[in-house]
Design a protein around this ligand. Structure first.
Ligand code: F6P
Length: 325
């Protein structure tokens, strides 16, 4: 077949629920349109090591419901070097792969952008990260599941917090982005939400909590994003303890937010973006990320996905404050 493309697919950086659904969509759509698809294991590391295998329709059977990524993933130091990228290119050539689909976050896209600028390889990105910090898509694959996982934990913490009339500080992931914190905080009815995008005034926070307490609130929950400028959950606990004499408990949710069966939203988003990534490859698009903005498919130059800050909607920050009073 003359228009047949030989396409490599890999997952890179932190895993996110829905990556399997995206791989499935890439494989099934790619083969449907007459292309050959190769799975590259452990992200860019597998490209450097030549850990590459052709995938068929059955390779992706029954993976849509699983978290993680069956191709495995890695944060690959060697790919930062020209030497590493040369090895990777030599392996792609060996398999005849001329097109690459990378499912990952900003670090993975930086690597892809460098790679396709240096070597004659076509590259398309699919946004896969729980952080939801990529410009060019309303949501990234895995964000919805991560927020639901965090929310489930917050709901449970609320039960025990209310029983003991305690203050809890719950730390969520998100690197430098407050999306997980804001969405979990609003949905969990948190009293306070500390995210990197807004200044955190601990003195004012204590005054507000005290007011709520005097009004009869039985428990309080502070959600803090790991990247908040006031520090992590333990730093904030120390700061609060210097101002008031409350019993404070800390819960760091950590990597559980990265796992679990993907939600409907994530499976759907991953299926759509996996499908669209193949369409973009067949349309000879290059150096772009497929995304979904206001329910329309978009293609954003890879560089913009990390160079342009995806802003948090400050309207929701204000709304969260009002709802928490
Ligand atoms: O980018 C996803 C993410 O889970 C961030 O929220 C977090 O800061 C980071 O990855 C943790 O990375 P690692 O699993 O390598 O410790």
């Amino acid at each position: 077949m003359t228009n047949q493309k030989i396409i490599g697919v890999l997952t890179s950086g932190g895993d996110s629920p829905g990556m399997n659904a995206a791989i499935r969509a890439v494989v099934r759509t790619g083969i449907y349109y007459g292309n050959r698809i190769f799975g590259i294991k452990r992200g860019y590391q597998g490209m450097i090591d030549g850990d590459i295998k052709e995938l068929n329709l059955s390779s992706v059977s029954n993976i849509i419901k699983y978290g993680g990524t069956f191709l495995k993933t890695a944060r690959c130091e060697e790919f930062y070097s020209r030497e590493g990228r040369e090895k990777a290119y030599a392996n792609l050539k060996r398999f005849g792969i001329k097109s690459l689909i990378v499912i990952g976050g900003d670090g993975s896209f930086r690597g892809l952008n460098d790679f396709i600028n240096e070597f004659p390889v076509q590259g398309i990105g699919i946004p896969g990260t729980i952080d939801n910090d990529l410009y060019g898509t309303d949501y990234t694959i895995g964000f919805d599941t991560a927020v639901n996982t965090a929310l489930d934990a917050v709901d449970k913490i609320r039960d025990t917090a209310t029983s003991h009339s305690r203050l809890f500080i719950v730390e969520v992931m998100g690197r430098n982005s407050g999306y997980i914190g804001l969405y979990t905080g609003i949905s969990g009815g948190a009293e306070e939400i500390l995210i990197p995008e807004t200044p955190s005034d601990i003195e004012e926070l204590c005054k507000r909590l005290d007011k709520g307490h005097k009004r009869g609130k039985k428990s309080s929950i502070i959600i803090v994003s790991e990247g908040d400028e006031a520090g992590n959950a333990f730093d904030i606990k120390n700061k609060i303890e210097k101002l008031v004499n409350w019993e404070i408990k800390v819960s760091v949710l950590g990597h559980q937010q990265r796992g679990g069966s993907p939600t409907v939203s994530d499976r759907l988003l991953a299926s759509i973006l996996g499908y669209e990534a193949i369409i973009a490859i067949m349309n000879d698009e290059n150096g772009k990320m497929v995304g979904l903005v206001h329910n329309s498919i978009t293609l954003t130059p890879l560089k913009e996905t990390w160079a342009i800050k995806k802003e948090i909607d400050m309207k929701y920050v204000k709304m969260a404050e009002i709802l928490a009073t």
